[in-house]
Write a protein that binds this ligand. Structure first.
Ligand SMILES: [Ca+2]
Ligand SMILES: [Ca+2]
Length: 200
């Protein structure tokens, strides 16, 4: 299951430079912004809503809500005003953003075996090391007393012992089981640098 992250890319502001004509304010420009070639012509607002602090002060705010599958690297944010004649006045904001909502692939080969001769308090958990995982950040280990069908609301356990779950090459860990004689269920996920978790 993919869990939507509430992540707002709060983008930019442009100051309006519309002159007054004959003492009457010219028709207000509209403002738009682009996130590189990834998303273009996104609206910006100067009406005191949607993140804009003050209405009609010439400061426009635009935002973009990242949705599933979005991915762009180092995209330049560009804001611009469009006047009533359709002319654009560019106001490049030299900010580059990475947007990544593509979760890692689910881990394969996840196995949990009871550690021999330990009176039952340790489980050996192992998995295959993912290939081609550029934006790896860490693994998460989950231990629950009922079968894990979704990660929603679950908290990963902290790693036991000296195992470094921030190393891609880590592929096994010994997990403590709090009480003997109860079945426990495990899941291992990979998390990328943007915080996207693989599914189980
Ligand atoms: Ca404003
Ligand atoms: Ca990713």
């Amino acid at each position: 299951m993919w869990i939507e992250r509430v992540w707002m890319a709060k983008i930019a502001s442009c100051r309006e430079t519309q002159p007054k004509r004959n003492g009457i304010a010219a028709k207000r420009a509209i403002a738009r912004f682009d996130i590189g070639d990834f998303k273009t012509d996104l609206p910006m607002y100067d009406d005191g809503t949607r993140g804009d602090e003050k209405a009609n002060d010439g400061i426009y705010i635009g935002s973009y809500k990242v949705v599933k599958g979005d991915f762009t690297k180092s995209a330049r944010i560009t804001g611009y005003l469009i006047n009533k004649n359709g002319n654009k006045s560019f106001n490049t904001i030299f900010e580059r953003v990475d947007i990544d909502s593509i979760p890692p692939d689910p881990l394969t080969g996840v196995k949990a075996i009871d550690k021999p001769d330990d009176q039952g308090f340790w489980i050996l958990l192992s998995w295959d090391i993912p290939k081609f995982f550029e934006d790896f950040d860490h693994y998460n280990i989950y231990r629950e007393p009922s079968p894990i069908t979704s990660l929603l609301g679950l908290t990963p356990i902290s790693s036991s012992g000296m195992i470094n779950l921030e190393l891609l090459s880590t592929n096994n860990v010994e997990v403590n089981v709090p009480s003997n004689g109860i079945n426990y269920f495990f899941a291992v996920t990979a998390v990328d640098k943007a915080g996207n978790k693989s599914t189980i």
